[in-house]
Write a protein that binds this ligand. Structure first.
Ligand code: SF4
Length: 353
């Protein structure tokens, strides 16, 4: 048996180690202590979660770093919290399992209106700005009880499901409560998106009031990363969505947007006519068509204009108490993101039928 590093032993909550668990802990501890990245494999039942935590916790405490434990499923996040509770028998440590806004949002109108995390973020912001979310607490509305709850999250480990249960009872937004407590929580168990989606990561680290360099990042089941990275970086646009955007622009009497979307949809139809399954297309050729034949000399400016039109549609739908979904907004988001990838060899553009 290998002697565990004394500091890791301090945080290891069990009386005995499983076969090879000592080696696992020492290897992780030595690497993290030396600020090296490490890729390590362990069989099922080895106790990888507690091994990684007890190796990293003493270093995080010593160097004032936060631990981000990234895993795929809610069950894995909750497992982290259960292990932290075991650690608490020896050392007080705080932790939360963080779920996305779409899983934490208690406002049924917002949750139903948004098709993905980004659109929920926008709907949420719109509702808050209009004072139409009963769960949101602006700083001046935060009672002593609210601040107590927020503070409580920084004292011991809590599962997202437990926080949600309490918040539902007290009619408080669980997502916002957790978000506010993040800067003072030692260990956060969360999904890959928070670290690997550039947009979500930027917002997350802003909430954390920290930087990636000030964290110890543990990636559970890292073999999922390539697939996750491809999913995160991929986006698609269908002819159906273009048709809906065209109808929406006509309904709101926005002639330039309606004319462009009609032209663009027809060009895509022409381009994909002969495609049997899928084919790589040239984004530069498409931009040239937009500029020359669509008479859009500056596509970025025009897509930003579409984005503003889409945002105005959403605001007006929300004011009418309707689902604030705008196809124009969706199309412009896609086109703006697509422009960002032009000339970047790590992306491919595919048309399929
Ligand atoms: S403030 Fe909270 S409950 Fe309200 S819409 Fe946003 S996420 Fe949902």
């Amino acid at each position: 048996m290998i002697k565990l590093p004394e500091a890791a032993q301090e945080y290891f909550p069990y009386t005995s180690v499983r076969p090879h668990q000592d080696q696992f802990i020492k290897t992780v501890y030595d690497a993290v202590k030396a600020q090296r990245s490490i890729l390590i494999e362990g069989s099922n039942g080895l106790g990888k979660t507690i091994s990684a935590l007890s190796a990293c916790l003493p270093i995080a405490v010593e160097k004032d770093l936060k631990i981000l434990y990234v895993a795929r499923t809610h069950r894995q996040h909750e497992r982290v919290i259960e292990e932290l509770r075991a650690v608490c028998k020896k050392h007080a440590v705080s932790g939360v399992s963080l779920r996305g806004r779409n899983q934490m949002c208690l406002n049924t109108f917002a949750a139903k209106s948004a098709s993905d995390a980004r659109s929920l973020m926008e709907v949420c912001e719109l509702l808050k700005a209009k004072g139409r979310c009963a769960y949101h607490r602006a700083p001046e509305e935060q009672t002593y009880e609210y601040l107590q709850l927020q503070n409580q999250l920084t004292t011991r480990p809590y599962k997202a499901s437990e926080i949600q249960r309490v918040c539902r009872k007290k009619r408080i937004c669980s997502y916002e409560l957790v978000k506010a407590s993040l800067p003072d929580v030692a260990v956060i168990a969360l999904s890959y998106l928070y670290v690997f989606d550039p947009v979500i990561r930027t917002a997350f680290f802003k909430n954390l009031d920290s930087q990636l360099q000030k964290t110890i990042l543990i990636v559970d089941e890292a073999h999922n990363l390539p697939e996750t990275a491809i999913d995160i970086a991929s986006s698609s646009l269908s002819l159906f969505v273009l048709k809906q955007a065209e109808l929406e622009a006509a309904k709101y009497e926005n002639r330039d947007v309606a004319a462009f979307v009609n032209f663009f949809r027809k060009e895509i139809e022409k381009m994909t006519e002969k495609i049997r399954h899928e084919e790589i297309i040239s984004p530069e050729a498409l931009i040239e068509i937009i500029q020359k034949e669509g008479s859009i000399s500056n596509p970025r400016d025009f897509f930003e204009h579409m984005h503003e039109v889409g945002s105005a549609v959403r605001r007006s739908l929300l004011a009418e108490g309707k689902n604030p979904r705008s196809y124009i907004h969706g199309v412009s988001e896609f086109l703006l993101r697509w422009l960002e990838t032009l000339g970047d060899d790590s992306y491919i553009n595919v048309a399929s039928r």
